[in-house]
Design a protein around this ligand. Structure first.
Ligand SMILES: C[S@@+](CC[C@H](N)C(=O)[O-])C[C@H]1O[C@@H](n2cnc3c(N)ncnc32)[C@H](O)[C@@H]1O
Length: 184
């Protein structure tokens, strides 16, 4: 079966991230991706998580506790500040744009800060490390943001970065798509 975009993001991160490494979830939400990353890096590694909403931090802390995971650091701030919360050498960075399902839909990622955050995240990747960006063009602001993300990432220099986009071409209502960047 052809994987859905988020499934492909997980498959690629699984192939790249090694036990004992550090990884970043730049849009923590309910902590699903952070839990996935934490299982991959194991107790010798570290997952850093960032979200602008305290409720997302709280819900993600609960998820870690339920799974007996202690190797995490979560920060409640906007992700363009991620350079202050991380250091270079990350094996993987995940972005899952949009709003927190079941929460206030007005708290949503937006183009300008997302682009700043993507730039900051790329500075922290190790060679061969990857960044995955799930984009949601199905709502108006999401479409503008997704376009800005594609435009900005497509201009990265080929010598230093490999950039791929994975989207369903015959989907209805602008389905979510994935952009993946690997540091050469
Ligand atoms: C689609 S959800 C993320 C889902 C999450 N990865 C998971 O596994 O559950 C998007 C998240 O981005 C957060 N967000 C919105 N703007 C942000 C910003 N400027 N900086 C950091 N997080 C932000 C929202 O609060 C929301 O929790």
């Amino acid at each position: 079966m052809i994987p859905k975009p988020l499934q492909l993001a997980h498959d690629l991160v699984r192939q790249t991230l090694r036990e004992g490494e550090r990884a970043l979830d730049a849009t923590l939400g309910n902590g699903h991706d952070a839990l996935f990353l934490a299982k991959l890096v194991g107790s010798a590694g570290l997952v850093i998580g960032i979200d602008i909403q305290q409720s997302a931090i709280d819900s993600s802390v609960s998820k870690m506790e339920e799974n007996a995971i202690s190797w995490y650091e979560f920060h409640c701030c906007s992700h363009e500040l991620l350079g202050e919360k991380t250091s270079p050498g990350l094996g993987a960075v995940m972005f899952n744009l949009g709003y927190l399902p079941g929460a206030d839909k007005s708290i949503v990622t937006s183009g300008r800060t997302t682009i700043l955050a993507l730039g900051a995240a790329l500075k922290q990747l190790r060679p061969e490390g990857i960044m995955t960006v799930m984009c949601y063009p199905g709502h108006e602001e999401g479409a503008v943001e997704a376009g800005a993300v594609e435009e900005w990432l497509s201009r990265l220099e080929r010598k230093h970065w490999r950039v791929f986009s994975y989207k369903m071409l015959n989907g209805v209502n602008a389905p979510p798509f994935l952009v993946v960047v690997q540091k050469v």
